[in-house]
Every structure is written in C-alpha cells, then in structure tokens.
Design a protein. Structure first.
Lengths: 115, 112
C-alpha cells in the first residue's frame, strides 16, 4: 500500500530559527514529490515540485531535498517568520496508470512559529 | 485574477438532507477534483473529472455525487447516504490530469 509519513507531527520554533520537516514514502513507482503549505482554514498552496532526477529545489526561504533511493524528502525553512505558521503537506505522485488515486497525501506537519 | 472559488465557506446540514458545495475555476483547467480532509488524516479523493461531461469515482465516493456540465464548474453533492459528512472539503483543478493541482480555500461542512 502506498504511504507517505511525515515527521514530526507538530513543531514549535522561535522566530528567526531554522527547521527541517521530514517525509518518508513507499509510493512506487514514483513520478514526483510535492510540498504544500496549508494555512488554517485555507486550501494548500504549492511550495515545490521535484521529479525523480532532482535532488533539491528552492522557493525563497523554503528548500526541499529528495533522495529517491531511500524514498525520503525534507523541507528546510530558513530564518522562520510568524507567517510560516501552517501545516506542511508532502504529496507523492505515481505515474499515470489509469487508476483513480494517483496522489498519496501525508498527514502533514503542523508548524508554529512564536516570538 | 485567476483562481478557484469554493462556496459557501461554512455549511450546515440537517439529518437526511442533501447539500451541494460549489466549485468554480477560471483557470481554463481541464481536470478538477474533490477531496475530503479530516483531522489527522491526509486528503482523500472523492471524485475527479478529466474533462467536461466526464467524471470518475475516487477512493471514498460513497454518499457523494458530482456533475461536470461546464468546464468551469464541478459541484459536489453530499447526500443523506453519507453518514459522516462533517469534514473540510477541498476542490482542486489542474491543466490536465496528473499535472500540479491548484486548490480552492475549502468548505467546512458540519451537521446540525
């Protein structure tokens, strides 16, 4: 069964500090991995998308890494801001196969940035 | 400004009642999706549509119905057969199936 596990479940950090969120997956075959940011009561917004051949991708203060061999990804947030407080969701996509469920969503890491 | 609009933001359903959640997009996307989000769980796919006048069941379609009569619109009806409808419902669209999805801001459905 395809699964995406994220850790930690929740995290509290001080403003200005860095943090790293983890994503382990068992999805196979693999097409791409996406990180989304979801503010409370809002829809997810895409941060990064990485294909099998990409090791790292940045979007401002967000940097995602991917190790397709170990099926692990991380999202590193640099110099955190209060506005980074949100849930971060890892989503793994399988190649098109005609089946209904092509995306497997993680349960997310809830990040709270405090003063 | 292009995007996906879901309405209403909050919805209450009485027992035995059907309710319809609206999803409209002006991104000219072919594919549209409905997801359900529950606390502590990943998003689960209810229905998806690759093109107008076509839609397919997702993982948890029981108790739900959809239509895709227009490219811009993909309404979701939560029927009385859905015994646990309380959740946050998210609509998404993509240029084509298997392309990155853009999400609306969701509708929170509760039971009276």
């Amino acid at each position: 069964k395809n699964q995406v596990e994220q850790s930690p479940q929740s995290l509290i950090i001080l403003e200005g500090k860095n943090c790293t969120l983890q994503c382990n997956y068992t999805v196979s075959p693999f097409s791409n991995l996406r990180w989304y940011k979801q503010d409370t009561g809002r829809g997810p917004v895409s941060l990064t998308i990485m294909t099998f051949s990409e090791n790292t991708k940045s979007n401002g203060r967000y940097t995602a890494t991917l190790d397709a061999d170990t099926k692990q990804s991380s999202l590193h947030i640099t110099a955190s801001q209060l506005s980074d407080s949100a849930s971060y969701i890892c989503v793994v996509s399988a190649p098109w196969s005609g089946t209904a469920s092509k995306l497997t969503f993680g349960t997310g890491t809830r990040l709270q940035v405090t003063l | 400004d292009g995007g996906i609009t879901q309405s209403p933001k909050y919805l209450f359903r009485k027992e035995g009642q059907n309710v319809t959640l609206s999803c409209e997009q002006n991104l000219n996307h072919d594919a549209m999706y409905w997801y359900r989000q529950d606390p502590g769980q990943g998003l689960r796919l209810i229905y998806y549509s690759q093109i107008v006048n076509d839609f397919q069941k997702g993982d948890i379609a029981e108790g739900y119905s959809v239509s895709r009569e227009k490219k811009e619109s993909f309404p979701l009806t939560v029927t009385s057969a859905q015994k646990n409808p309380t959740a946050f419902y998210l609509c998404a669209s993509a240029v084509q199936f298997n392309q990155p999805q853009h999400f609306g801001d969701g509708t929170r459905l509760s039971i009276l």
